[in-house]
Design a binder for this molecule. Sequence first.
Ligand code: ATR
Length: 266
Amino acid sequence: MTDRYAVFGHPIAHSRSPLIHAAFARQTGQDMRYEAILAPLDGFAASVAAFVAAGGRGANVTVPFKEDAFRLAQRLAPRAERAGAVNTLTFAANEILGDNTDGAGLVADLTRNLGREPAGQRILLLGAGGAARGVIEPLLDRQPAALVIANRTVARAQELARLFGRGVAACGFDAVDGPYDLVINATAASLAGELPPLSPAVFAADALAYDMMYGRDTPFLAFARTHGAATADGLGMLVEQAAEAFQLWRGVRPDTAPVIASLRAA
Ligand code: ATR
């Protein structure tokens, strides 16, 4: 029987996850189906329960349900525990397993696709919400020379720095010192077409500016380009986090490069 998977979100119609997982399944010869499910804002758990009852084997979780998924999981991978959020659920015989592949997806995009090994790099992370929190530990595991979190609300950045320890520093946008080799935008500013108020001095001579958002040029990437930085959007991260989830479920790692290329071309 064909194994069923899904992505849960609200909204969900825009999600590219069904396309990505269908491409992975074709490529690796896995007999599976992957659909998008719009869960009601107050009905995530019930919606997942119905999917499990109908034979669902696993699910991805996107905005705004990653914290709900964290609470729903009966067992958590350590990286999901520290991220405080779950983007990948696996429905085992008697329990729901929760994991978070977002940070691994970012690191895979940086190292495999962009040739930017974070080890020894000075990293500036913009934002202190769920998106930022999810990538801190996988970045730290690569042993950067520095990781500084800058956020509009400084207290939230400080809270994350305390939570992770390991030399992580925190500040407001106006207090960012520079330069940085890697500047990652994990704020929601791009969604609103806004630019975090940054000094151009944050970009080192060969810096990469990375926006976790994908699908359009953002004010952050335009600003970075103007000041000489290389740029990347979050499409590679999207595909790589999906590949990590696919591997958890199916035990094979798909080749992401052709999938990224075809999404870019579309
Ligand atoms: P997410 O899960 O996407 O991280 P979130 O938890 O609501 O969502 O966090 C949004 C992040 O984007 C926060 O860091 C927020 O800054 P505050 O903590 O000060 O609210 C940041 N953010 C949102 N809009 C922004 C803007 N226009 N400029 C700069 N930062 C912004």
